[in-house]
Design a protein around this ligand. Structure first.
Ligand SMILES: Nc1ncnc2c1ncn2[C@@H]1O[C@H](COP(=O)(O)OP(=O)(O)O)[C@@H](O)[C@H]1O
Ligand SMILES: N[C@@H](CCC(=O)OP(=O)(O)O)C(=O)O
Length: 283
């Protein structure tokens, strides 16, 4: 297990314990999975990664929880299929439309093995900001959840170029979690949480176990370690923080960790935990 780091302002042990309990008891969970957690090095959809994610989601479903999956991977899967890179935004948009249907086919096949029906929702931040569209979105989600279906959400990349430029499913999943009043946001990625530096480049980087009043210090570390990257850990931290400011516990964790969602629902120490601030920002 990675080392944890005590940063000044880290939450008290009982607050951490209480947040893990809240996360464990969450009924309505938003799970976000990034491209790296779904594709291989040749940018093909990686069956074993997709299967593992579905198995993890089904762990929650089998406990009676309602789950919304926010999945990236459309552009990545499109690149692998067509054998082209996305050098322009227009190419990314077109690739996403190819990859998205492939992605949904894989999800549908795997979830079917558990007799779990899924649905696709493509949306943009604008859809969440416009009151009529937002109402339509929540009505659809509520109906799907009543029918025991797992909605799988992605950005509508063919029409939303802003999101494509900044790789913003991290913020979209956060907005969805806040909008529908989720009980927990889990962001799955290819590293074990938020670290004091980029763990792929800096072997001395240590995992930050909890984020609460130490947010400003964490933000500085993250800005420094991911200076050149669009999206990346920065938007995950911003999205998780936004959720926690709305009273929703949020966890950033590694998608390859065994039974990662099951562990969260057993209140185990996994990834980086964002303590709900309920708007009390004491930075
Ligand atoms: N301080 C940090 N803590 C954790 N990861 C970091 C940090 N700084 C940079 N990163 C990088 O952010 C990456 C995760 O972002 P990204 O590649 O966008 O993932 P995803 O495809 O899951 O959305 C990690 O692979 C890691 O290399
Ligand atoms: N909507 C795009 C991905 C956008 C995105 O946020 O990607 P990632 O940073 O890998 O979660 C896609 O499906 O390819």
């Amino acid at each position: 297990m990675s080392e944890t780091v005590e940063m000044s302002g880290t939450a008290e042990a009982d607050t951490v314990h209480e947040t893990r309990r809240l996360a464990a008891e969450a009924d309505l969970v938003v799970v976000k999975a990034g491209t790296n957690s779904l594709t291989d090095e040749q940018s093909n959809l990686d069956d074993s990664k997709v299967n593992k994610l579905v198995d993890d989601v089904m762990d929650l479903r089998q406990q009676g929880k309602r789950v919304l999956l926010v999945s990236s991977g459309a552009v990545g899967a499109g690149k692998g299929l067509i054998g082209l890179t996305d050098e322009t935004v227009e190419q990314s948009q077109a690739l996403s439309t190819v990859g998205q249907s492939q992605l949904m086919r894989r999800y549908t096949e795997r979830f079917e093995q558990f007799d779990q029906t899924v649905a696709q929702i493509l949306l943009t931040e604008n859809d969440l900001e416009d009151p009529d569209r937002f109402t339509n979105f929540t009505n659809t989600v509520e109906t799907l959840l009543e029918w025991d279906i797992v909605p799988i959400i992605n950005e509508n990349d063919a029409v939303a170029t802003e999101e494509l430029r900044i790789g913003d499913n991290d913020m979209l999943s956060s907005s969805v979690a806040i909008g529908i009043g989720a009980d927990l946001l889990v962001t799955l990625t290819d590293v074990g949480g938020v670290y004091t530096g980029n763990p792929k480049k800096d072997p001395s980087a240590e995992r930050i176990e909890t984020i609460s009043s130490n947010y400003a210090a964490v933000q500085e570390l993250v800005d420094e370690s991911s200076k050149d990257a669009f999206g990346g850990i920065r938007t995950k931290v911003a999205g998780a923080r936004a959720a926690s400011e709305h009273g929703i516990p949020a966890i950033i964790a590694k998608s390859t960790e065994s039974d990662v969602l099951d562990k969260i629902s057993a209140a185990e120490q996994v990834g980086t935990l964002f303590i709900p601030t309920n708007g009390d920002d004491d930075d």
